[in-house]
Design a protein around this ligand. Sequence first.
Ligand code: GDP
Ligand code: IMO
Ligand code: MG
Length: 423
Amino acid sequence: MSKADVLLGLQWGDEGKGKIVDVLTPNYDIIARFQGGPNAGHTLEFNGIKHVLHTIPSGIFHPTAINIVGNGVVIDPVIFKKEIDALLKLGVDVKSKLIISKRAHLILPTHRLIDAASEASKGKNKIGSTLKGIGPTYMDKTGRNGLRIGDIETNEFREKYDALVEKHKQLLSYHNYEYNLAELEPAWFEAIESLKNLQFVESEHYLNNAMLAGKKVLCEGAQGSLLDIDFGSYPFVTSSNTICAGACNGLGIPPNKIGNVIGIFKAYCTRVGSGPFPTELENETGERMRQEGREFGSTTGRPRRTGWLDIPALKYAVMVNGVTELMMMKADVLSIFDEIEICTHYEHNGEKIDYLPYNIDPAYLKPITIKVKGWNVDLTAIDSKDKLPAALMEYVKFIEKAVSTPISIVSVGPDRKQTIRMN
Ligand code: GDP
Ligand code: IMO
Ligand code: MG
């Protein structure tokens, strides 16, 4: 029996997970998304094509890999249909390569409305949600009111939908939120019809049987560890477990069948939406980083906040995920700086600490950084480890030592090809 590897983000999302899943897919038979939904935007670039996926796993462009949307994922049929249509246009054989768990929950139009109403009511304390209905859908899941993919095939589907919408209407009237549901419903039901063209499976059986037969599985995470509902910077988080354990919950893979845990991080940090960000650079340096890294959201287009690499936060993410191997993204972006800072510790309640504590609010925690020499070399055409500049190799070694985990890939550009294997 083979074990499933897990690939996930170690920061606040957008680390470059989509690119790496695409790069690694030739080594796997199955790519399985385990949580999140259309709040995610995973970008793939190859052969001059740039493509953003939201719900569909990033292995979809490879000729043979099966892509599974797991039970832990929440699906907006309208967005899902758009994703499928875009892939069909590119000639991707979606029907034979994409399957969905019957246990995955559906995002209703009213979930999106509740998301918007809830954010509006929070005012300046808003989470900065992508407003895709993620939080309300997971609330209905844990509240045991949710509608699932498997329900689509039952006679009671419409009845269940109506009952849930009734509940939502009450919530919306509590929020005094104005909306026009009749405008949203036709596209939703049309998308539900087109979903029926895909195979709905019991993905826990599918995956465990595949692993028994020796098939290789890569579980694809969305968001990042610092957005995890339990371990992220709560309440400024998403509503699912983004960490490695989420792959067990979100796919039905037992913990003792998890193999390598691949942690993806940027050579610096970004965050989109509200919430504490210890190393944030709200200055010209941060702006240069944003422009050079094209740090604008793949899903919402919002500018991403930028800052230096945060080692205590990275160590925390490596710890809660049991990361066995790291991949460092966007090294090329730091080429513009003569000097690079790395946060190695925090000042917390007057004390110097080297770990991520419970409260990372700026009032309680300040980053302590060191300065290292930049490499000032265009990395984007480099194709092997031995051509990497010495200062970058130092940066890599420093991180490996600080978090006691090897870096196996350094990414030097968005394209599939701009990927350097370190071993
Ligand atoms: P994901 O959500 O983790 O899949 O990441 P996103 O796709 O949201 O954001 C990562 C962005 O960085 C995308 O625009 C990628 O095309 C781009 N990207 C990925 N790796 C690299 C890299 O090594 N260098 C540069 N410059 N861009 C990269
Ligand atoms: P990928 O998979 C970056 C952020 C939002 C907001 C918070 C809650 O592309 O890395 P939600 O819509 O889940 O209620 O938003 O989480 N967020 C992400 N940030 N990358 C993502 O996904 C994100 N998904 C959600 O900006 O701060
Ligand atoms: Mg993204």
